[in-house]
Ligand binder design. Structure first.
Ligand code: F6P
Length: 532
């Protein structure tokens, strides 16, 4: 199938796809899920390419693997685990069995406990030692940070709880700056760590405990924990009533739907949090039921595969024209690159196609004044993925929102159409002549023929955010199955962690740098000479 896809790409790659984009194509190459639409008409994918891509899904057995995932089979084969983040939002679905036991009872009970605690914190029934909780500090990293941090920002218009802060980096600058703005007597610290061993999180948690202990008598009483390890949270001194557990079948980067979402629940309240879960659940239902040709996550995955593995475009830009989604690119970097950045397939053989793409981006219109120059005129093609809401939340500034939307649509149009030399010449013909006109005109040519997709939705409310995030999760799943990799492990983060542990005494000067490579030893030398 890859051979047929490459052959087809070879045959069509030089055509201008804008010539295809009439109203019929716009309808045919737009897919709807709930109240969202994904337009992939502004790509070079035609009916033949789409059919070949859909054949890839069948060849890879995506439907069977999808059903296996939802039913609790251990599809994370290298760790022997089920992959069941979908159970966390299965609010009114049926039982989900893992090793013969229905996990839904535990999931719903934990969600209820989180709800009670969040209500108590928000109402003041639970207080700090100096009164009502004013600030919540979530300490976590990777999946225990990026999801809730992204979502709290995304749903800022719905925020009616305590202020929420996120500390992730082991760099002391991170925690110091956050704590400086908080009162220890009215701050709740949430230690979010699936394993409760991650060095950054545990170091920051100890720092926060010491900071709080300088002011309040019982700092641990203002701590909550989100983890799979009761033993370790207990050893840290956190009362089990404020420990919210989950199982190892929830991957870190897929975990915001359960306890790891507690900070989001504190911010927007348990009811809005449930709406967020319902949005994700709606996308799950769509993903399980829709034919591939109308299945939004599957088609988004196939667009990604077409651009990366078939056309050879190594990166994709995520460009939300929705400032509240400012952290979405960072969130997707982990979701996509930690999931599909693998060089071997499930059976241990080398991948015969490229792994997942480099994902990056910034909100529009900011990016337009920064890196869009390269997107429009650089020598590499960067497929762009736009997101845009019909309405913002600033009713009195709707006109300004319309300007935002116009900018979003203008960018995808400009990428597709470009500007040819004749048009560029005409633009500057009144200012230059002869060779200078030619030179100046060439700088104003836009090659065009650059692909993009646009995900459009009515408004970024909790339900819609749930839909969007579940859409990307399932996209990652589909891409992973087609590539034949395990999207749910992350062995590639281990080596750096091991070496950091070994290097710490060298950096501290209690162990010599002998045996280290020359470059590392020299850098240690420089940093030690400068006070590390
Ligand atoms: O090191 C990578 C990683 O394991 C991520 O997959 C995970 O989201 C992050 O670290 C944090 O892990 P934990 O929640 O166990 O602290």
């Amino acid at each position: 199938m890859w051979i047929a896809l490459r052959a087809h790409h070879g045959a069509i790659k030089d055509r201008r796809f804008e010539t295809l984009v009439d109203a019929a194509r716009a309808a045919d190459f737009t897919v709807q899920a709930g109240d969202m639409v994904l337009d992939y008409a502004k790509t070079n994918i035609d009916e033949t390419a789409r059919k070949l891509l859909i054949d890839l899904l069948d060849q890879a057995g995506v439907a069977a693997k999808r059903d296996a995932m939802f039913s609790g089979a251990p599809i994370n084969e290298t760790e022997g685990r089920a992959v069941l983040h979908t159970a966390l939002r299965n609010l009114d679905g049926g039982p989900v069995m893992v090793d013969g036991a229905n996990v839904m009872e535990g999931v719903l009970a934990t969600l209820d406990r989180m709800g009670s605690f969040a209500r108590d914190v928000r109402s003041g029934a639970f207080t700090g030692q100096g009164g009502q909780i004013t600030d919540v500090v979530n300490i976590g990293i990777g999946g225990s940070d990026l999801g809730p941090a992204m979502a709290v920002r995304a749903l800022a218009p719905y925020h009616d709880g305590p202020r929420c802060h996120f500390v992730s980096n082991v760099d002391p600058a991170d925690i110091a700056q956050v704590l400086r703005g908080c009162d220890p007597a009215t701050t709740l610290v949430i230690v979010a760590s699936k394993t409760f061993t991650t060095i950054e999180t545990m170091t920051n948690a100890q720092t926060a405990k010491a900071w709080m202990g300088e002011t309040v008598e019982n700092p641990a009483a203002q701590f909550a924990a989100l983890s799979t390890s009761d033993e370790k949270t207990m050893a840290f001194g956190i009362d089990p009533s404020r420990v919210f557990g989950f199982e190892d079948w929830v991957g870190g980067r897929y975990s915001m739907w359960g306890p790891i979402g507690l900070s989001l629940m504190m911010a927007i309240g348990p009811d809005a949090f449930r709406a967020f879960l319902r949005g994700a659940q709606a996308m799950d239902t769509h993903f399980r039921a829709a034919d591939w040709s109308e299945n939004m996550p599957a088609l988004l995955a196939l667009v990604g595969i077409w651009h990366n593995q078939v056309c050879g475009h190594a990166t994709r830009a995520v460009l939300p024209y929705d400032n509240n989604l400012a952290r979405l690119p960072a969130y997707l970097q982990q979701l996509e690159m930690e999931s599909n950045g693998k060089g071997v397939s499930m059976d241990g053989a080398d991948l015969t196609v490229q792994s997942g793409p480099v994902v990056w981006g910034e909100p529009g219109t900011n990016g337009q004044h920064a890196f869009y120059q390269l997107i429009h005129q650089g020598t590499r093609v960067i497929p762009c993925e736009f997101l845009v809401a019909a309405r913002g939340h600033e009713d009195d500034l709707h006109h300004q929102h319309q300007l935002l939307v116009a900018n979003c649509l203008a960018q995808s149009e400009a990428l597709m159409k470009g500007r040819d030399l004749d048009t560029a010449r005409a633009k500057v013909a009144d200012k230059f002549a002869g060779d200078e006109l030619e030179r100046q005109a060439r700088h104003r040519v836009f090659p065009g023929n650059r692909p993009s997709t646009t995900l459009a939705y009515p408004q970024l409310d909790p339900f819609t955010l749930g839909q969007i995030i579940a859409l990307y999760e399932h996209r990652v799943f589909v891409e992973g199955v087609v590539l034949g990799i395990n999207s749910y492990d992350q062995w590639g983060v281990e080596l750096g962690k091991e070496l950091a542990t070994a290097l710490q005494p060298v950096v501290e000067g209690t162990q010599s740098a002998d045996g280290k490579d020359g470059s590392t030893a020299a850098l240690v030398g420089f940093l030690r000479n400068n006070g590390v």
